[in-house]
Design a protein around this ligand. Structure first.
Ligand code: ADP
Length: 752
């Protein structure tokens, strides 16, 4: 046992629902269902009703109670016990009647009857009960805020019960509790004190949700055993989860004693099926509260539990209204925006107001837009990578980032609170909100870090801390919590933005479809036109030649020259038509993507061009070998051929050079590049700025027909078509004295 690590999780393991012990302020009888034979009794029967336990075991309950009472119990067996308890019972002892509140519940094949002695013959009737609680309920319902409601409850419960101190104790998400309302006659207030989660072990919380009220009239009681110790039907300890007399854990009793509490009562406050808090009552001397008064308090707790939802909803009502109006602004702003990011940029200040954040970042692809105070782009990126696997329903929130993310230490001053929203994982669309660290002083009831204080040497025992002196702790690394209404507003924002993104995607898809259709039409028109034009053109060409051959001697020189021009023009027209045909075929041909070693391909292009133009002395520079990518080999070959041949052609420098390369990512962008930028650079004649766009148009040349070796003006149009069919872009930068650089991007992803 000494090797065991000691903390209060040991308490979490204590099986407190089967202690086989009860408190001594009543007796417990276990009865067989339906015969009512007594199977098990508490060992204090002699003291309470003057009968030895052994005398009762095996007997019928009718030995103790008269026929009328037995009848009453039998009737209840068919009904809901909760509406019947307490039963008004009495047992004759030495010619005197002892009156009891009988509290009954059933369990598997047994019935558990607990008898709590009561002074007077008459218990408080329903009418009395109603009179007492009616006014309280109305006041609870009318309380304008949660805190005011809590204050009404503590005052009323203390008035009804007479405890020294009544508190409302609220749990936070981590299970730590805080006293939010108090009514007391004691000197030291507990209001605003915090208690660590270990003060109430897990399985005690579980019992609190089953059993809404627990009473310990005297924490210094001697527990009473059951005879026999185990349930004789199962030979297992009796499950006392629903018993009102169940003996509580020794650790808990010690805890109460250390706090100076002798009598204690607690009532569960439930919200959305979870334990929201407790109404905790303390008394410095023993104090018994009758079952009827307890029921009244329990009822107050239930009404308060129901009202919690209403009060929470009406809390921050103005703020919620403001959030709604912000959302309307988002709807309007985003519905007009061309794209999500543009829309958001216009709504930066609303974005901050939506969550009362001091900073926000919108991420879309590798674009980042900041508002207010935010960590650096790199920090946000790393943070986002950490957040992504933890998103739950597209959301992540924390008010103390550094607790789980130590890297957040460097920016905790501006981002201890983080709220993240995923809009689209595929398109990498996220919004993050940040809140600064608020350094707070928390008043603990005792040192929260030392919940265990006593370890008696060797054979130790867990003992709750002894000191409940105010213990102040400065809490760092925490931001103000995100309110549920803020988180909700963010979740709603997501559906709005997703709507816009989807609308845009639909619009784009429709446009793409239309574009593709018209492109296809154009391609087939160009193909048919150029194909059909070729035949009559060939006829004109042939007939012009026949004329020259057969009638040259009839014509004068001028006539012959005109015929020669006609032949040349038909030839040029044929060149143009062939180019157009080739261009239209490019659009119709299927891309055959395969891994292509661009380095080899460029070397091949260079040697082919060098053979074709042996007279031009050109230095080819390749600063670093090009990589392999997935592409259509023939088309990319044509692309490099067109660009490199232009680079050679449009060059009048004595020392011509052409450089072919690609641009290295400089490592700033965190998203792996999906495309690569290549370039073909020359020290040629350059291109005037006003023509930079025009040169990609079909048949567009900037020079005389035969200057610079002539051409049809289709080369760059084809280059652009090839790049675009590969999903890239092409553009040119030029300086008329230094030459031109043609850039193009090609996708490097294997399956695009
Ligand atoms: P072509 O070379 O058949 O005229 P292109 O479409 O290849 O047709 O080029 C269009 C025009 O762009 C060329 O006529 C030329 O004026 C200009 N051009 C293309 N490449 C270069 C270059 N590297 N340097 C300067 N001008 C160029």
């Amino acid at each position: 046992m000494t090797d065991e690590i000691v903390d209060l999780t040991n308490c979490d393991r204590e099986p407190i629902h089967i202690p086989s012990l009860i408190q001594p302020h009543g007796i417990l009888l276990v009865l067989q269902d339906p015969t009512l034979e007594i199977l098990q009794v508490s060992s204090n029967t002699q003291k309470v009703i003057g009968r030895q336990p052994e005398e009762l075991l095996g007997k019928s309950l009718s030995d103790l109670l008269n026929a009328k009472q037995i009848n009453l119990i039998q009737q209840c067996l068919a009904e809901d016990f909760e509406s019947i308890n307490p039963l008004n019972l009495s047992i004759k002892h030495l010619n005197k009647s002892i009156y009891f509140d009988g509290i009954i519940h059933s369990l598997d094949n047994i019935i558990i009857l607990e008898l709590e002695p009561r002074k007077a013959k008459d218990s408080t009737g329903f009418f009395n009960f109603y009179q007492q609680v009616r006014g309280i309920i109305t006041r609870i319902q009318k309380a304008p805020t949660m805190l005011e409601m809590c204050q009404i409850v503590v005052t009323e419960v203390r008035r009804i019960t007479g405890f020294d101190r009544v508190m409302v104790y609220r749990f936070d998400r981590e299970g730590a509790g805080r006293v939010i309302a108090e009514d007391t006659n004691q000197e030291t207030p507990y209001l605003d004190l915090h208690y660590p989660p270990s003060d109430i072990p897990k399985q005690a919380r579980q019992l609190y949700t089953l059993n809404w009220l627990r009473l310990i009239p005297d924490a210094s009681y001697q527990p009473v055993t059951l005879i026999p110790a185990n349930n004789p039907l199962t030979n297992q300890p009796l499950d006392l989860s629903l018993s009102v007399l169940r003996s509580v854990s020794g650790i808990h009793l010690e805890y109460l004693q250390n706090m100076g509490v002798t009598a204690s009562m607690s009532i569960s406050l439930m919200h959305e099926q979870k334990l929201w808090g407790l109404i905790a009552c303390h008394h410095s001397s023993p104090k018994y509260i009758s079952y009827n008064i307890r029921t009244m308090c329990e009822f107050i707790g239930q009404v308060m539990s129901v009202e919690l939802a209403n009060k929470e909803a009406s809390e921050d009502i103005d703020y919620k209204r403001q959030l709604k109006s912000l959302q309307t602004q988002f709807v309007e702003g985003l519905s007009q925006a061309e794209c999500f990011l543009d829309g958001m940029v216009q709504l930066k200040s609303q974005l901050l107001n939506l969550t009362s954040a001091t900073g926000a970042v919108i991420c879309s692809g590798d674009q980042y837009i900041e508002a207010g105070k935010t960590p650096s782009e790199d920090e946000v990126h790393a943070l986002l990578d950490w957040i992504k696997p933890q998103l739950h329903h597209n959301l992540f929130e924390t008010r103390s980032l550094t607790k789980d993310y130590p890297a957040g230490e460097s920016f905790k001053a501006i981002a201890s609170g983080v709220l993240a929203l995923e809009i689209s994982r595929v398109h990498h669309n996220y919004i993050l909100w940040f809140r600064p660290e608020i350094i707070q002083t928390v008043n603990w009831g005792g040192n929260p870090n030392k919940p265990v204080e006593v370890l008696s040497e060797g054979n130790f025992r867990i003992s709750p801390r002894k000191s409940f002196e105010l213990w102040q702790e400065t809490v760092q690394g925490y931001a103000l919590p995100w309110k549920p209404c803020e988180v909700e507003a963010v979740a709603e924002l997501r559906s709005l933005v997703v709507g816009v993104v989807l609308r845009q995607a639909d619009k784009l898809a429709a446009m793409n479809f239309e574009l593709q259709r018209s492109n296809e039409e154009l391609d087939s028109f160009a193909y048919v036109a150029s194909h059909d034009l070729k035949e009559p053109l060939r006829g004109i060409h042939n007939y012009a030649n026949f004329l020259m051959e057969d009638y040259a001697d009839v014509l004068d020189n001028d006539g012959v020259a005109k015929l020669q021009t006609l032949v040349r023009l038909t030839q040029r027209m044929e060149d143009l038509i062939n180019s157009l045909l080739h261009f239209s075929r490019l659009g119709r041909a299927e891309l055959i993507r395969q891994p292509v070693n661009l380095n080899e391909l460029v070397q091949q292009v260079i040697s082919t061009l060098s053979i074709a133009r042996p007279q031009s002395e050109v230095e080819f520079r390749i600063p670093q070998p090009l990589k392999s990518i997935q592409c259509d080999r023939a088309q990319i070959n044509e692309l490099f051929t067109n660009l490199i041949s232009n680079a050679i052609k449009y060059n009048d420098k004595p020392n011509k050079w052409v450089e072919i390369g690609f641009i290295e990512e400089n490592g700033q962008r965190k998203v792996a590049p999906t495309s690569m930028t290549f370039y073909v650079r020359d020290n040629g004649i350059g291109i005037p700025e006003e023509h930079l766009d025009k040169i990609f148009q079909i048949f567009r040349r900037l020079h005389g027909r035969d200057d610079f070796g002539g051409g049809t003006g289709v080369g760059l149009t084809i280059a652009r078509k090839i790049v675009e069919r590969h999903g890239g872009k092409i553009w040119v930068e030029s300086n008329q004295t230094q030459g031109s650089t043609f850039y193009f991007t090609l996708s490097v992803e294997p399956n695009t």
